[in-house]
Write a protein that binds this ligand. Structure first.
Ligand code: HEC
Length: 110
């Protein structure tokens, strides 16, 4: 009994460490990195304009300042074929979930 009681603080510490790691890992995954997004966004500027401020919004929608959740939904829809556009769909093909979060973080701050 006494040995179990003396182990308890160790288990408590381990549980706390695991919880902290787990939370950090899931937060890191759910958050976009605007700096990585900026690097990834170079190709987007060709159509959507610098920083997503379209120079020709009737053809290429402005995406600067878009809510991150909205951009994530739209990019996944193009990537996964739920939304199809002959110009935009191929642009989304190579994007990972993390790329999409990063792009959304970047463009929402433009
Ligand atoms: C070759 C031109 C081109 C490139 C490059 C391009 N897009 Fe697009 N994008 C379009 C067009 C055209 C549309 C409008 C498609 C439609 O009407 O469904 C669009 C639509 C979008 C939309 C939806 C906008 C809205 O309001 O509905 C988002 C978000 C988007 N693009 C993000 C990106 C991102 C991020 C990149 C870079 C990874 C990118 N695009 C690269 C042409 C492009």
């Amino acid at each position: 009994m006494s040995s179990i009681r003396s182990m308890t603080p160790i288990f408590r510490t381990l549980a706390a460490v695991c919880l902290t790691w787990g939370l950090n890992a899931s937060l890191a995954h759910a958050e976009g990195d605007a700096a990585r997004g900026e690097a990834r966004a170079a190709s987007c500027a060709a159509c959507h304009g610098p920083g997503g401020r379209s120079l020709n919004p009737s053809v290429f929608p402005a995406i600067a300042g878009m809510e991150p959740e909205q951009m994530v939904t739209l990019l996944k829809a193009y990537r996964d074929g739920d939304k199809v556009n002959p110009i935009m769909s191929p642009q989304a093909q190579g994007l990972s979930d993390q790329d999409i979060l990063d792009l959304a973080a970047y463009f929402s701050n433009q």
